[in-house]
Design a protein around this ligand. Structure first.
Ligand code: FEC
Length: 293
């Protein structure tokens, strides 16, 4: 059989002019208040995305490194921007693949996140190849070890973070929060941490309750408990992008200054060769191909 990988990520606009269409895609046709769009354009402007769009560039580096590692064709598919997941599937089929591994650059499963990637990929493949979709890889040892190395020597209180989702996911037994807490626990154990906690970030103003605590409230409560130094360790994302560079590096940092807290964050895994090795193992396992000794 001939295998290929469709490597998926959230996607990011390349230019400010793309932001309205990108936001509309995220909202899936639901209305967007003009002030929310203006606020999002401003966040992208202050990140300088017209000079470099970190998420798209890092995803391409990861794709190229994974292709070299696996010696299999790897195609990028973005959930909310181009190249679309359907384009990536089409390219894999055009390259003759009859077996496709679908792997998302987000380690934790939720019906409100990973299931959407899966639906897009399944629809595009349309039964023309055997599909092996990786639902989650939150406890992958190489990923856990990489993060553990980033926090091991700190004497700060480590706060693991991930994107929040509407709290209603818990009513249907969604594993998202449990998987995030499991990654955090595994990393903390591997690094021998005693002072750590978990909080959500990047809640959207959709008018319904989201999972908490939110990072800004959490920093306040840590300060009240006497914590003086915090190291942020995002576990629900692997790359630098808006949610890291704005929500943590700007908003959380401003809050820390206001509270008199020292705040640092780990360097994101991005296209670190150790992350690429871990992704390679996941793909080989999905294809039932033994890993090289
Ligand atoms: O750098 C970039 O340009 C893109 C950064 C980015 C990543 C990301 C990851 C996740 N999201 C998840 C859930 C939601 C839900 C909504 C939502 C809304 C936005 C908006 C922007 C955005 N997200 Fe995102 N997300 C990124 C960017 N996200 C921009 C719209 C403006 C705003 O709310 O700030 C709410 C949708 C709605 O309004 O109905 C829900 C989850 C992840 C992590 C998993 C993944 O990467 O797929 C979950 C990166």
């Amino acid at each position: 059989m001939k295998a290929a990988v469709v490597l998926m990520a959230y996607g990011s606009p390349e230019r400010l002019a793309d932001v309205p269409a990108y936001y509309a895609d995220i909202r899936g046709g639901r209305p967007i208040a003009p002030e929310q769009l203006a606020d999002l354009v401003e966040r992208y402007r202050s990140l300088g995305i017209e000079d470099s769009s970190p998420l798209n560039a890092i995803t391409e580096q990861t794709r190229a490194a994974l292709e070299a590692e696996l010696r299999l064709p790897v195609f990028t598919g973005m959930k909310h921007w181009t190249p679309r997941i359907a384009d990536a599937a089409q390219s894999a089929l055009a390259a003759g693949a009859d077996e496709i591994v679908g792997l998302v650059l987000a380690p934790h499963y939720s019906a409100l996140s990973i299931a959407g990637y899966r639906e897009q990929l399944e629809r595009a493949v349309g039964g023309r190849a055997e599909l092996h979709f990786v639902e989650s890889w939150h406890d992958e040892p190489g990923f856990v070890e990489l993060l553990a190395d980033r926090v091991r020597s700190t004497d700060a209180h480590v706060v693991f973070t991930a994107h929040s989702l509407p709290a209603r996911i818990l009513d249907s037994g969604d594993p998202y929060r449990d998987q995030l807490l499991e990654t955090s626990r595994l990393v903390a154990e591997a690094a021998g941490l005693t002072e750590w906690s978990f909080s959500f970030q990047s809640e959207s103003p959709t008018g319904e309750p989201w999972l908490g605590p939110d990072i800004l409230d959490h920093l306040e409560s840590l300060r009240r408990q006497g914590v003086e130094r915090v190291l942020l360790c995002p576990v629900g994302f692997v790359s630098d992008h808006l949610e890291i560079r704005w929500d943590l590096d700007v908003e959380a940092r401003e809050k820390a200054v206001e509270l008199g807290l020292e705040l640092e964050r780990i360097e994101m895994p991005n296209a670190d060769p150790r992350l690429v090795d871990a992704l390679g193992l996941i793909v080989r396992r999905a294809l039932s191909v033994p890993s090289p000794a």
